[in-house]
Ligand binder design. Structure first.
Ligand code: NAD
Length: 364
């Protein structure tokens, strides 16, 4: 039987609560779809600061390094907010993990379920029937990391410099991730750039066009980022996979999370350079944080964590049938009218974290 090694890092706040439900669902998927997951839990974030003296202990990095994928909860909370910025859980755990494992591709699905369109701030007439957009963002290049970067003075006046720089190979590898993702979906890719103004955009567009020849089954179109920001709000149903460089992807994926409406529903994946026999090593986590306002109350929505586990099956382990089945089980439970507090509305049944996890496991 295929066995995969998974590092499980629940973290802080609602992290352990929602992780327990993801594990419950994964346990059913293992039995049903004939693979085995060797799960090893490790500490990360505030809990690791308390117990080990640092947010990312060496032991945790070692366990992650020996695994096929990392299933991550979320880290941080009021208890650690007074620490110096560099020691705070998110900065001291998540960023070094991203760097250590060269996680260059950020995948954020923005899914609005047909029965949850009321949670979106967008007019229901524009999103009737829901939508499902996958944002693929380049995570390690561009304006956030380009050199030179810094501040100096010119003629007594402060000046700030950031450099947008992409190598062709960096664009190629993220384009491959996006085209492959599109192949597993509706086979439509929209590449975002600013080729009318930026040299980076010209190289981006030419490179994506070149890579497109290897994916003749995927329909490619290009949008300037300013137009994309408008079209994504106006007609999210018209999109399938959206590919963008680091800065544009940062902004557009947040915009899409908002348009989707329910933070507790949105998973994410960060894929690394390391290829495994069944895909790419990656870190899979909910888009939201540790929700200190509701932590410990048993009312957090576990769906983002459960869908993150499904993404892990899809992108790192190539267990596509199991991943699709988990997605379908979540949809079914939503269609059946079960809701945690964050997505509750009149006429639906309010449930807690465990009941939601149990219902999804049963639907699976
Ligand atoms: P947050 O996402 O934790 O919470 C924002 C709001 O969304 C809260 O009202 C919360 O109750 C709600 N929410 C989030 N996830 C939910 C879920 N699964 N079910 C129901 N409701 C949910 O963002 P915040 O309040 O800005 O941050 C809280 C802490 O989390 C901070 O310490 C922050 O640094 C940390 N954080 C961590 C990550 C990460 O680990 N990747 C990401 C974002 C924030």
């Amino acid at each position: 039987m295929k066995t995969f090694k998974i590092a499980v890092l629940p973290g802080d706040g609602i992290g352990p609560e929602v992780m327990a439900e993801a594990r419950r669902v994964l346990a059913v998927a293992e039995k049903k779809f004939g693979f085995q997951l060797a799960l090893t839990e490790a500490r990360v974030g505030g809990i690791a600061i308390d117990v080990d003296g640092k947010a990312l202990p060496e032991e945790t990095v070692r366990i992650c390094g020996e695994s096929d994928a990392i299933l991550f909860g979320s880290v941080g909370g009021p208890k650690w907010e007074s620490l110096p910025p560099n020691e705070q859980p998110e900065r001291a755990a998540l960023l070094p993990l991203r760097k250590h494992f060269a996680l260059f591709a950020n995948l954020r699905p923005a899914v609005c379920f047909p029965k949850l369109t009321h949670a979106s701030p967008v007019k229901e007439s524009l999103i009737e029937g829901g939508f499902d957009v996958l944002c693929v963002r380049e995570l390690t290049g561009g304006l956030y990391f380009g050199q030179p970067k810094g501040r100096h003075e010119e003629n007594g006046e402060p000046v700030a410099v950031d450099t947008m720089i992409y190598k062709k190979s960096e664009i190629e590898r993220i384009a491959h991730v996006a085209f492959k993702a599109a192949q597993g979906r509706k086979k439509k890719l929209t590449s975002i750039d600013k080729a009318n103004v930026l040299e980076n955009g010209v190289l981006w567009r030419a490179t994506v066009n070149e890579i497109a020849k290897q994916y003749p089954d995927v329909t490619l179109n290009h949008l300037y980022v300013d137009n994309a920001a408008m079209q994504l709000v106006k007609n999210p149903r018209g999109f399938d996979v959206v590919l963008a460089e680091n800065l544009f992807g940062d902004i557009l994926s947040d915009e899409m999370a908002m348009v989707a409406g329910s933070l507790g529903m949105l998973p994410s994946a960060s894929l690394g350079l390391k290829e495994t026999p069944t895909g790419r090593f990656g870190l899979f986590e909910p888009s939201g944080g540790t929700a200190p306002d509701i932590a410990g109350k048993g009312i957090a929505n576990p769906i983002a964590q459960i869908l993150s586990a499904a993404m892990m099956l899809r992108y790192s382990l190539s267990e596509h049938v199991a991943a699709d089945a988990i997605d379908a089980a979540v949809r079914r439970v939503i269609d059946d009218g079960l809701r945690t507090g964050d997505i509750w509305s009149e006429g639906t049944r309010r449930v807690g974290t465990t009941e939601m996890g149990e219902a999804i496991a049963a639907a699976l």
